[in-house]
Ligand binder design. Sequence first.
Ligand code: GLN
Length: 493
Amino acid sequence: MSDLLKMTATQAASSLLKKEISSVELTNAYIDAMETTSALNNYVTPTIEIAKKMAENSDKTFAAGSAGPLAGLPIGVKDLFCTKDTQTTACSGILKGFTPTYESTVTSQIWQSGGVMLGKLNCDEFAMGSSNETSIFGPAVNPWSAKDGAALSAGGSSGGSASSVAAGSALMSVGTDTGGSIRQPAAFCGVVGLKPTYGRCSRWGIIAFASSLDQAGPFTRTVGDSALIFSAMAGHDSKDSTSASVGVPNFSDAVNSSVEGMRIGIPGEYHMDGMDDEITRIWKQGRSWLEQAGATIVDISLPHTKYALPCYYIIAPAEASSNLARYDGVRYGNRVDAETLDEMYEATRAAGFGEEVQRRILIGTYALSAGYYDAYYLKAQQVRRLIKQDFDLAFNNVDAILTPTTPTAAFELGAKISDPITMYLNDIFTVPANLAGIPGISVPAGLSKQGLPLGLQLLAAPFREDRLFSVASAIETQAQFLLAPARSAGELL
Ligand code: GLN
């Protein structure tokens, strides 16, 4: 594995600035890694020529002294972000071949900051899934493997975004999180994944799944790198009416700032029956690390936690069914011709959408239909409010909340795909943050008995990502996860 691939983004940025390395060299190392790790199926549309061009341009900005904060850093993009003139499919058959004429706000901010686009990354179809197995391109594979050698899921829906950063075929990547799609794959692949506060990053140009829950966020190898790229992604955008008009601090300042005196909540409701022992072990470990770092641990209660998953699986499909109505074979994407207009709609949507997406459309349409709206959708919105209130109350008393990210380590490909309910249960610890609109981060904390990464999740009050960075970096320092022997996926392949 090239030494260039071992650098964190923060290290690479500083070497680039000192002209010890060039972006062309760094980018070429990543392009080679994309090739050698292609069996992981992370990139659905590599953009090698664009990457080379952007790297050359970045090197010119270093020469001219006008380099942006992400200048020269090679970055992968979930195939849910519209990228101008580059195919964008949401990993769905219905959008195969779709080439946007515009660029999403988040990606355009990254490119304006000097980032280099490596390509579009695999994900579940329309971001619906927890294993990347609903992708029309087949699953992204986790670079970590269990001791028995079985191929493991990279998690989902942003499986390619997590796997590429873990495998060293992207220095950083971006994904989206509607119910856990950044934090869960980050935990499965042993990388850092941040879901920002709802409204922190613009949703403009991101293919919509559930508009009141979707947020863009970064995948990185370290907490410091997360703060670096996030500072470039965040900010108000007049093109997204739900984007928040709040200032964006330099989040790097929060990394490694002391957690001395901070109050960290441990919610009793996250002790689930049937949770793996090793998840309980790592959670306790996290708690004692933070205590050692000078934080005070407080037992707290989030009483409506048990309703979060059912509530999410009403609201998310309801919004999805409405968002996906636009794929009618007329204005966007692919069409299957038929005799009448109605038959054309039916044939197009039956052929273009996969099974999980069709299931969500059916659930969502049912939940929104005249006779059931009050019983399901309205009720779910009321429950959502209670979940949000639980967090509001908790954050009157604590600065951050510590939980596991997932109930298990990465599972085998194929293990859960035929049972949607088992698959949905994966999201049990991640969906409450989306329902409440609060930020969450998953940080790698250790390895399971099988030698697989385990993540810890931190949650904070709206717009307090700075606190997440402080507490996550305290865990990162103590966990020394980067030193774990199986860390270097390049060597595992
Ligand atoms: N796994 C969850 C779902 O299938 C969350 C997906 C996401 O966050 N995009 O809906």
